[in-house]
Design a protein. Sequence first.
Lengths: 390, 287
Amino acid sequence: MEKRIGLEASIAVAEVVGLCDADVISAYPITPQTHIVEHLSEMVADGELQAAFVPVESEHSAMSVCCGTVAAGARTFTATSSQGLALMHEILFIVSALRLPVVMAVANRSLSGPISIWNDHSDVMAERDIGWVQIFAENAQEALDLTIWGFRLAEDQRVSLPVAVNFDGFILTHTIEPVLMPDRESVQAFLPAFEPLMRLDVDQPITMGPVGIPDIYTEAKKAHQEVLTQSYGPIVETLDAFAKSFGRQYLPVETYCADDAEVLLLTMGALGETAMTAVDQRREKGDKIGLVRLRLWRPFPFDDLIRAVGKVPVLGVMDRAISPGGPSPVASEVKATFYQQEQRPKVVEFTVGLGGRDTPLSDFDGMFDTLLAVHRGGEIPKPTIIGLRE
Amino acid sequence: MSKATNPVESYLRMDRMPSIWCPGCGIGIVVNCFARALQQMGVDHDELAVVSGIGCTGRIAGYVDIDSFHTTHGRPIPFATGLKVARPDLKVIVMSGEGDLVSIGGNHLIHAARRNSDVKVICVNNFTYAMTGGQAGPTAPRHSIATTAPYGSFDKPFNLPFLADSTGAVYVARWTTYHVRQLTRSMAEAMSKPGFCFIEVISPCPTIFSRRNRLGDGLDAMRYYKNSSKVVNGANTRMVGLDLNGPIIVGKFIDRDRPTLLEAMDEEIGSKLGKRYVPYATTGVQR
Ligand SMILES: Cc1ncc(C[n+]2csc(CCOP(=O)(O)OP(=O)(O)O)c2C)c(N)n1
Ligand code: SF4
């Protein structure tokens, strides 16, 4: 029986890693990821989770350990944030190229410099091209649900790719919310035993990670590109299976009040919840505003996005990271989605909530006003940073 | 009426006070000793630079009124090496925690010692990753409690003086934050000595390490350091490992001479090229 309890999102994620019977957890501490791995090390020390907890000397080592344990066939989890994710960079490509299904929680935090421990998406956006499945949670429930689901998808032999579950640092990691905690039986029924696609096995020796000479490098890249793109099918299928088992349906792209909307705003992560409140308030005043909540970041759900936007003529995009010298990452993807479409919205770009800058309801009001002005025929404004102190 | 000022204030950014450090924390004492060493040596503010990494100790870079750089986690030693190579005229001092310098930055530490990079490393060892809330780090004593070792740490900790000694440091000392005079003198000695110098400072973290291990407050730490330390100058570094709450051997363990990174480079290339080679160490960026 699932239980309704109040839990910090970090603890909830750690608890379900336990329910998923992870064999190995390897991590290096970094704020705001610490509570996840601290709780896991407690569970291991208390004998609640029979697993090896490997405390290492850096994130580069943590991800390298994960490579080794998954290669040997162990269900493996890690968590990190910001500089830690950046330090893993080199290995992140290796894990996915070798099709090693690690599951990682990323407690999103800004990157230095200046040094900042606060929340935004600059860490994950810098890792766009690592070839992992990358998904975003909006609240504690989603963070724990998507972690369970993450193991199922990662280990699905059609996929066999690492999965990063992103949830906003502090805003989610350090917030206690009511969650429905599934019981062990239903998690285990949902998550079959890990049968790796390939594993290092002394009886059938293979070499993982050798040189790809020019004769095969391109083909290897194409294969990686294909398997990640094609993981879309299993993603939807396993999200549906999750809904059947646990009653909560997640989609690659979700909407809110979008059906009759004149303008839409696209969000990712925890700000989606504030955005919904903001929409409710404006709807009461009669403004036809809706939301698009982008959950799946990689593989990018182009068709879902096109469907979600439909014929709505104005789409605001919120980015929580910048790409100095170029368009912000989410806006850039969204524009690419619509470029070849006959029916395409005017895209208005907003950068919000960098390095822990608060995004109150009033900021949403400002963005909605801008979108409505464009809808009334106003010019598309240049990309704007919201909440900037002049 | 003139306001009484502490003589070390000229080396500190008093406008940033009070610091973020907790009551009873040892890091402030280390900063104080450092400022006193500078004062005693009569070093001018623009003759030196301070580099620190990330952690409670790493915050030192922001509190000294000296050119300083707060690097990313683990990287102060290579940064300092770069600084020293570009400005051989500066004294370059690294101040950071044992997690920063020995875990994530451990590789840099051993190679800088091996190469005898002319930087002075002051390593504040509080036996835990304090800034991130007290996980077990590279010096966590066996059986000490940490958030990642709720029933006690089980992996073998580094003996830092031995590590620095065996990888090539020319000066190695250890003091506690109780030994303020000796620590100040050691800092001055290290800053006057060419080559890779390493000073370990055993320092209390009452908020996290001491509390979790029931070691009392800052004052209790001082009592412990006073009662349990023994000065053994020249001690065999192999023998100075630490146990939780056990005896602490302090002193100047190593003081030897060998060419620094730049001197060795000049010597080697100079011997091959003769007059054609303009020595780097003496000219630096002015060359
Ligand atoms: C790449 C990276 N990983 C992890 C962290 C998180 N982090 C900040 S300080 C710290 C450890 C600090 O311990 P120590 O160096 O011993 O200094 P103390 O806080 O104890 O003075 C860690 C793990 C980080 N900032 N960057
Ligand atoms: S947490 Fe520990 S090391 Fe950090 S400032 Fe407080 S007492 Fe000092």
